[in-house]
Design a protein around this ligand. Structure first.
Ligand code: NAI
Length: 254
């Protein structure tokens, strides 16, 4: 039976990093969080990380439920949202956060690496938004928050696929905001800069130094810095903000 007093939140890709931090930031007694995670390499480790997200949310006074779902799979996504609707009956906030990199110089980039990044970072955002927008339109309420990136605005050598996917997310965000505004649904994007997570931990030391040298605030960001912006956009205080890209990058783009 759906509990209408609860705020229902869906976060994609929340076993680790920014997604986990978002779950912990949003955790409270009135919120139920449904999140997913996936790894083509080590799903057991990813599940263990997801269990830790659930534990941290519970420690913060909330409830989170993690599901193994590859957002690149149309079937798995449809099943995931069916499960959420069966359990909760509504979705108030959707945070499209799952994302990956497969970096390489443009001239050497394999088409398969282009496709994988596009499928996970952009097509899945389209699919999740389409499914959830239909639910939110009936509710006449909703908040959609998409994780873009500062490089989707300024470009970055070695990341043609990733940058194109994030620029696409920004375009999708603006269009969805225009289409859904009349139903009281806001759609915004966040553009993080260099944030200390597993995604950036694997970068070569030189690439890290080059990124950090572009940050006026002179340090890398924490997942919590991004989660705070998400919490604001999901809150009542952001009711009159839609179609925007909020940069959380220590000033990498000004
Ligand atoms: P991360 O690598 O630490 O975590 C990625 C999360 O996405 C994990 O929970 C993983 O299970 C999930 N995931 C990966 N592929 C998936 C799939 N096919 N289906 C479902 N879940 C999947 O990444 P991080 O750093 O936390 O990034 C989160 C988002 O923030 C991504 O969209 C990323 O592009 C974006 N971002 C990150 C920045 C950074 O500096 N870390 C900067 C700008 C944007």
């Amino acid at each position: 039976m759906a509990d209408l007093a609860k705020q229902i939140v869906v976060v994609t890709g929340a076993s680790r990093g920014i997604g986990r931090s978002i779950c912990v930031e949003l955790a409270d007694a009135n919120t139920q969080i449904y999140f997913n995670y996936f790894s083509p390499v080590d799903l057991d480790a990813e599940k263990a990380a997801a269990d830790e997200t659930e534990r941290l949310v519970s420690e913060a006074g909330g409830k989170a439920f993690g599901y193994s779902v590859n957002v690149a799979s149309e079937e798995e996504l449809a099943q995931f949202f069916d499960t959420v609707m069966g359990a909760a009956g509504r979705i108030d906030v959707l945070i499209n956060n799952a994302g990956i990199t497969k970096d390489g110089l443009l001239v050497r980039m394999k088409a398969a690496d282009w496709d994988t990044v596009m499928d996970i970072n952009l097509k899945a955002v389209f699919r999740c938004t389409q499914i959830v927008a239909k639910i939110m339109m009936k509710q006449r309420y909703g908040r959609i928050i998409n994780m873009a990136s500062v490089v989707g605005v300024i470009g970055n050598a070695g990341q043609a696929n990733y940058v194109a996917s994030k620029a696409g997310v920004i375009g999708l965000t603006k269009t969805a905001a225009k289409e859904l505004a009349a139903r009281n649904i806001t759609v915004n994007a966040i553009a993080p800069g260099y944030i200390e997570t597993d995604m950036t931990a694997v970068l070569p030391e030189k690439a890290k130094e080059a990124m950090l040298s572009q940050v006026p605030l002179g340090r890398g960001g924490k997942p919590e810095d991004v989660a705070a912006a998400v919490a604001f956009l999901a809150s009542d205080k952001a009711a009159y903000i839609t179609g925007q890209v909020i940069h959380v990058s220590g000033g990498m783009y000004i």
